[in-house]
Write a new protein. Structure first.
Length: 207
């Protein structure tokens, strides 16, 4: 999968916001940090501290920023350019297959990539992000936010391809989407239960 290109959007309104920010007193522009819990153990807390910053009314709305980002996109390739690129890509992929078969004559032809492979790739990514495939004896590493993004991408895929899939493709997509959503519900339920449990008592000898 190719890396998503990054686009830089220059918001002219930020110039005015920066000038107003510089004109504020230092005490007003400094972020407000929430105080740590009182007690002798307060300074030893290793958890994150909540930092409350003042709202910036000058920030551009998401819709406007998205519209400006679309204006920064490069022009779409022409049909001829796309055709030439596809031809060059197929030739390059064929040379790669020939090179691999020369190194390993027993290797068969590579399977044709279809829609089912795309759905399977999303499924594997989501399950790994939710801790699946962890070796026995090791603590699962969970990326719950990444898993949610992957599941949302599957939902977008289902919405955008509605009515354009074969029966087999649609069944595979709906089944995978159901499975990953169920796994996400179970995982978030476990996380919620762990968050509700009281913290462990301090070690003996410490108050």
């Amino acid at each position: 999968m190719s890396e998503t290109p990054k686009f830089t959007v220059i918001d002219r309104r930020k110039i005015k916001a920066e000038e107003e920010q510089e004109s504020r007193p230092a005490a007003e522009s400094k972020p407000l940090e929430a105080p740590l819990p009182a007690g002798p153990e307060a300074g030893q807390s290793s958890g994150p501290r909540l930092v409350v910053t003042e709202p910036r009314h000058e920030t551009a709305p998401v819709e406007e920023a998205g519209a400006e980002a679309e204006l920064e996109l490069p022009p779409a390739p022409t049909a001829e350019e796309s055709k030439e690129q596809k031809t060059a890509y197929d030739a390059s992929a064929q040379r790669l297959d020939d090179l691999m078969r020369a190194q390993n004559p027993a290797m068969g032809a590579q399977p044709v990539i279809g829609f089912e492979h795309l759905v399977q790739q999303f499924y594997v990514s989501a399950m790994i992000q939710m801790g699946a495939g962890t070796q026995e004896g090791q603590r699962p590493r969970v990326d719950i936010l990444g898993a949610r993004s992957t599941i949302d991408l599957l939902g977008v895929l289902a919405e955008k391809t509605r009515g354009n899939l074969t029966e087999s493709e649609d069944r595979a997509l709906q089944t995978v989407l159901f499975e990953v959503r169920m796994a996400f519900l179970e995982l978030t339920r476990m996380i919620s239960l762990q968050a509700m449990q009281p913290p462990p008592p301090p070690p003996p000898g410490k108050r």
